[in-house]
Ligand binder design. Structure first.
Ligand SMILES: C[S@@+](CC[C@H](N)C(=O)[O-])C[C@H]1O[C@@H](n2cnc3c(N)ncnc32)[C@H](O)[C@@H]1O
Length: 254
């Protein structure tokens, strides 16, 4: 039993706003992660890849264009309606990921979850299923809003010149409200929670990425304001890659 049906209703309500606000490959969050994501995912041509929380499907489409056999899963029927109409070649499925994977017997070479896990109230089953679903040498790459730095007030002291992010309650697992796209719930977990879950399910971490926070518009660094330069030094996004420990690729005898 999870409380994600209300979350999914909110994502359905937010869908039009999300689709018009998040352009996909030029989005500032994707610009921060794409190098890490693709290098950790490795070549995807002729591989089975799963896009968890695929939204309106733009990242699934990028992986399809790179030659992958892609399945996209999302809980929002409204976002999936856009995904299916834009990318009819891709297999998109509606499913509540708080319940784990819809078909835990399927196997994948890569699993991606871009800006999704912090929106799901319960992750235990999902992480367990992903760990089992990955083939030897496969990669699970996910990004989340940075647990330490995203949801905290910006203190901008004006003439005193003081600027910082005010961090409180970091170690608490708590539900926060995010205004973006019309509003949705955000399930804060400290970084150690993610690491401990991955390790507990036999996943080895292969990379951690804390990219600089970029302005929404792709403006040259030379034109950034002082505020944008400062903000870039505080990562509001975190990405982690991992692979199954007990099925590492090694030459088989004989
Ligand atoms: C911030 S959006 C990211 C979407 C997409 N990955 C992207 O980068 O555009 C979060 C996504 O998670 C999905 N989501 C949230 N809770 C979910 C759940 N319990 N089960 C399945 N999908 C969920 C939402 O519908 C939404 O598409």
């Amino acid at each position: 039993m999870t409380n994600s049906s209300e979350d999914l209703r909110l994502w359905d309500v937010a869908a039009d706003n999300y689709v018009s606000t998040v352009p996909g490959s030029t989005d500032s969050f994707y610009r921060r992660i794409h190098g890490f994501l693709w290098s950790k995912l490795g070549p995807v041509a002729d591989r089975d890849v799963l896009d968890l929380g695929c939204g309106h499907g733009w990242l699934a489409e990028q992986m399809r264009q790179a030659g992958a056999r892609v399945t996209g899963i999302d809980g929002s029927e409204a976002l999936l309606t856009t995904a299916r109409s834009r990318y009819p070649e891709i297999d998109f499925r509606q499913h509540d990921l708080a319940l784990g994977l819809p078909d835990p017997d399927r196997r994948y070479d890569g699993v991606v979850a871009h800006m999704v896990l912090m929106d799901i109230p319960v992750l235990d089953r999902l992480i367990a299923d992903v760990a089992v679903a990955l083939r030897a040498g496969g990669a699970f790459v996910f990004s989340v809003l940075h647990p330490a730095f995203f949801s905290h007030d910006i203190v901008d002291g004006g003439s005193s010149g003081e600027r910082y992010r005010k961090i409180t309650g970091y170690l608490e697992q708590e539900t926060r409200w995010i205004e973006s796209f019309g509003g949705h719930r955000h399930y804060h977990r400290p970084l150690s929670w993610y690491v401990e879950k991955l390790v507990a399910h036999g996943l080895v971490i292969t990379g951690v990425h804390e990219p600089p926070s970029l302005p929404h518009n792709d403006i040259p660094v030379a034109e950034w304001t002082d505020y944008q330069k400062w903000f870039s030094t505080i990562p509001t996004m975190l990405a982690i890659s991992c692979t199954p420990a007990n099925r590492a690729t090694s030459p088989q005898p004989g």
